[in-house]
Design a protein around this ligand. Structure first.
Ligand SMILES: [Zn+2]
Length: 133
């Protein structure tokens, strides 16, 4: 009988002859190690966006609310990640899927006006060459 070794940690494998890994931990370690770099990049951005969206939704239970920027900074909100921009005359909304915020300042305190995405925000013809932050 041939001795087989875990493809992840190289420990000797016992049991079924078609086994390639000790356990699910070793299996996922191996697959993560062999994932192409772009997949890791995409997954990091996606999980950051999802997390941002969850935070926005949490602080905006009824469609619209205002939260101090510091609160979201404390919770590691990633301001550089967003899925849509919605610029209008008073500023720019930064959306993560269906929730977004407008950066505002009240009495010197930086805040986020969080909103749920509205239908009219969908059909924007956005021109990156004519847009200034
Ligand atoms: Zn192993």
């Amino acid at each position: 009988m041939q001795i087989r070794y875990c493809l992840s940690c190289n420990k000797e494998l016992l049991g079924r002859t078609d086994k390639k890994f000790c356990d699910t931990q070793c299996r996922s370690t191996h697959h993560n190690k062999n994932r192409p770099f772009h997949e890791i990049t995409i997954q990091k951005a996606n999980s950051g966006l999802r997390r941002n969206r969850t935070l926005l939704a949490h602080f905006c239970p009824s469609g619209k609310s205002t939260v101090r920027k510091d609160v979201l900074v404390e919770l590691d909100y990633r301001f550089e990640l967003f899925t849509y921009l919605f610029p209008f005359k008073k500023g720019t909304y930064y959306f993560c899927y269906d929730y977004g915020f407008l950066p505002i300042e009240e009495k010197g305190i930086k805040k986020m006006l969080i909103v749920q995405k509205q239908d009219y925000m969908e059909n924007l013809s956005f021109n990156p060459w004519g847009f200034k932050l």
